[in-house]
Design a protein around this ligand. Structure first.
Ligand SMILES: Cc1cc2nc3c(=O)[nH]c(=O)nc-3n(C[C@H](O)[C@H](O)[C@H](O)COP(=O)(O)O)c2cc1C
Length: 205
């Protein structure tokens, strides 16, 4: 994790592990993560996005665990390592039947296993795109899951994108093309950065 040094006012670069809940090739949510990567490179030097691909994980199954529950299949070990190494998390997930997607829940479950819940005590943000509610019910459900995982979600701003409302928000390849939504995404990232830094400062005190 990036550490906060007392001798300088320069901010550390925080690693944001980003997860896309959709497996669709032209996913809007993957597009949101790409836009977040660009925003960090262009104008938020204190944040770096590390997109963690969760599409190849096996379905969670305690029978696949070894070493008394501390050993995992290689793709799961790799996931757990990147979750542990992150300073904070960005979740971009569609709403599937009023919840997050099975693929995202699978990743959340795998990295919660073992003696040490890999998610614990880090800042997180969720961004969603969907129909009339903009994926808001998935966002609320993830916050509920985050209670047990000990995630600290930013409360504001919320980003629930009504993807079918005018003007168009995404192109056919899932790229975010709306400047206003891009600015709202930037504000989410800045809020995530502020909360992550606050949590790290509290630990250093
Ligand atoms: C299995 C399934 C369930 C869905 N359930 C909902 C739902 O409950 N509410 C909703 O607004 N959209 C629902 N949708 C639509 C998705 O949220 C929408 O397709 C998604 O935002 C697209 O995101 P993506 O481009 O990243 O794949 C569902 C789609 C699928 C495939």
């Amino acid at each position: 994790m990036g550490s906060v040094t007392a001798s300088t006012t320069a901010q550390p670069t925080l690693r944001v592990a980003a997860f896309c809940g959709s497996l669709r090739k032209d996913s809007w949510h993957r597009g949101l993560i790409r836009a977040a990567e660009e925003l960090c490179e262009e104008s938020i030097p204190g944040l770096r996005i590390d997109h963690v691909d969760i599409s190849g994980l096996p379905m969670v199954n305690p029978d696949l665990e070894t070493d008394g529950g501390e050993g995992f299949p290689p793709p799961v070990e790799a996931l757990r390592e990147r979750v542990r190494a992150a300073d904070c998390f960005l979740f971009a997930s569609p709403e599937y039947n009023y919840s997050v997607t099975a693929s995202l829940k699978n990743a959340l479950d795998w990295a919660s296993r073992g003696k040490r819940n890999c998610w614990a005590d880090r800042a997180a943000a969720i961004v969603c795109a969907g129909g009339d509610f903009g994926g808001a019910r998935a966002s609320l459900h993830l916050r509920q899951i985050g209670v047990f995982l000990d995630l600290h979600f930013i409360n504001k701003p919320e980003l629930h994108i009504r993807a079918f409302a005018e003007p168009p928000k995404f192109d056919e390849e899932g790229n975010l093309i709306d400047a206003v939504t891009r600015e709202r995404l930037k504000k989410v990232l800045l809020s995530l950065q502020a909360l992550a830094l606050r949590l790290q400062h509290n630990k250093d005190d």
